[in-house]
Design a protein around this ligand. Structure first.
Ligand code: BG6
Length: 481
């Protein structure tokens, strides 16, 4: 497989929160990988900005350490590290005060692209935006990048959007949902809209139901304080699962371009029916070999969920009558994320009743082992008469496309480069975020009003029994995690 390097314009990228966790884990290692791939023009520069008083030499040493810690040896080219560091400089800046801002301005050149990554708490977005203007640093065409949590309900999301809109227009704002940068998530669009095979069947006439699962093996240790205020609904469903649902269910956009795609996603969110309380299961992991959820978050009275399973309906012509089942949780049996389309059985079987009737299943595996698998019905080989079995037409990307595909870019690498290219297709628009909260808020309000508590589940399991029952009631079953 030949990897295609798309040229980008020279840029100045300022990372606010340059000493923070996200910068170290994702942003800087991602930029380093793009650099090694030859995707950074010679005069592109990365300026770290944070409160810590230190010079560029000290920050570069931290960046090297981060690259060595968070990139596996096979993914880092040691020869490139020194050259990458030449692109880095650091300015100490006080987001809430005036210190450092004129230094930052002096550090910037008039690069073709100017981008500011707000890798800081959302409470600082307003202060940063204001100072970038007050100190005359951000140009009219500057781009800003922001991350979740993008609000914790509709009201706070609206306030955040308004804060940013006071200084930047929508075409300048890149809201990251890193699931949209995942290779197979983009492949979902390629599968749907690049093949004649699937789209004619992609509706309630042929699809029995859809399952979207994002299962994690990890717990919440280390991020307990943040997570306990969110729970799985705010942390995963409102954003990542909602985006997967939108891409699966949306109408074909007229073009693969930012507003055309985002308009279609928005229509899906707006078409979601309110969810019945008994179509949702919330779970919390119990103690096993490892500590329980409440121990991890150090809150014995916590009512937040670390697992959620739900059944949704999209009230439109395409999906009327086809349920979408969503499931996500922490400390589950395995790390496994997939979107699975369960087609209906054939309307009439020409075979004997004991031949067995089978339905096609298309699964799009996001992680691990990215790939696509379509189960088709064939005759069981041998002399035993006409008995039907299903077999996989399996395409593991690594097997089909060669070992280099194991080297797919991390979501952040792809998304940061899209910011530099000025392509907003894989970023959330403000109205999408607000619509998603508009749908989430009443569900959470219902739990609070009723004083609902999550049900316990064993760590290392597939989630609470109640989630299995949610499916059994409909004569269906979850896919194995
Ligand atoms: C983050 C959530 O957005 O996504 C985490 O805050 C979660 O709780 C993570 O673990 C999952 O991302 P990935 O890429 O590891 O599936």
């Amino acid at each position: 497989m030949v990897s295609r390097v798309i040229p980008v314009d020279p840029f100045d990228l300022v990372i606010f929160g340059a000493t923070g966790d996200l910068a170290k884990r994702k942003i800087l290692p991602g930029l380093f990988r793009r650099f090694c791939d030859g995707q950074m023009p010679p005069d592109a520069r990365i300026i770290g900005a944070a409160r810590t008083e230190q010079d560029s030499v000290a920050w570069r040493a931290q960046v090297v350490e981060a690259i060595e810690t968070f990139l596996p040896a096979a993914k880092r080219d040691p020869k490139g590290i020194a050259a990458f560091c030449d692109r880095l400089s650091y300015v100490a800046v006080d987001a809430m005060g005036d210190a450092g801002w004129t230094d930052l301005r002096a550090e910037m050149r008039d690069a073709v692209v100017q981008a500011f990554y707000f890798s800081v708490a959302p409470s600082l977005f307003g202060a940063l935006a204001e100072r970038l203007h007050h100190f005359n640093i951000a140009r009219q065409d500057a781009r800003i990048v922001v991350e979740k949590p993008f609000g914790r309900d509709l009201e706070t999301a609206r306030a955040l959007n308004a804060t940013l809109a006071a200084h930047f227009n929508e075409t300048q704002i890149y809201r990251i949902d890193h699931y949209l940068g995942k290779e197979t998530v983009q492949n979902l669009m390629a599968v749907r809209f690049g093949n004649t095979l699937f789209e004619p069947l992609w509706n309630s006439q042929y699809v029995d139901h859809v399952q979207i699962t994002v299962a994690e093996e990890v717990g919440v240790a280390g991020r307990g304080a943040y997570y306990d205020k969110s729970g799985a609904m705010r942390d995963m469903v409102q954003n990542h699962l909602m985006q997967l649902l939108c891409l699966t269910a949306m109408e074909p956009p007229a073009r693969f371009e930012p507003n055309a795609v985002r308009d279609e996603k928005l229509k899906v969110i707006r078409a979601l029916d309110p969810v019945y309380p008994d179509h949702i299961v919330r779970g919390q992991y119990k103690a096993g070999a490892k500590p329980s959820y409440v121990e991890d978050v150090e809150n014995p009275a916590s009512r937040s969920e670390s697992f959620i399973a739900m059944k949704l309906h999209i009230a439109n012509w395409r999906w009327n009558g086809t349920p979408f089942y969503l499931r996500t949780g922490k400390r589950l049996k395995a790390r496994k994320s997939e979107i699975v389309i369960h087609f209906k059985e054939t309307p009439h079987s020409i075979f004997d009743a004991d031949a067995g009737n089978r339905a096609n299943v298309l699964s799009i595996r996001l992680q691990p082992d990215e790939g696509i698998d379509l189960r088709v019905t064939i005759k069981e080989p041998g002399p035993g008469g006409m008995r039907l079995i299903d077999v996989p037409l399996d395409m593991s990307f690594a097997d089909a496309l060669g070992p280099e595909v194991a080297d797919v870019p991390d979501a952040y690498e792809r998304l940061i480069m899209d910011v530099i290219r000025g392509n907003q297709t894989l970023f959330m628009r403000g109205d999408e975020v607000e619509a998603a909260w508009g749908w989430t808020d009443p569900i959470i309000a219902g739990w609070e009003a009723r004083g609902d508590r999550p049900v316990p589940y064993d760590a290392g399991s597939t989630g609470p029994e109640e989630a299995a029952i949610l499916m059994h009631r409909d004569n269906r079953r979850w896919r194995e995690i």
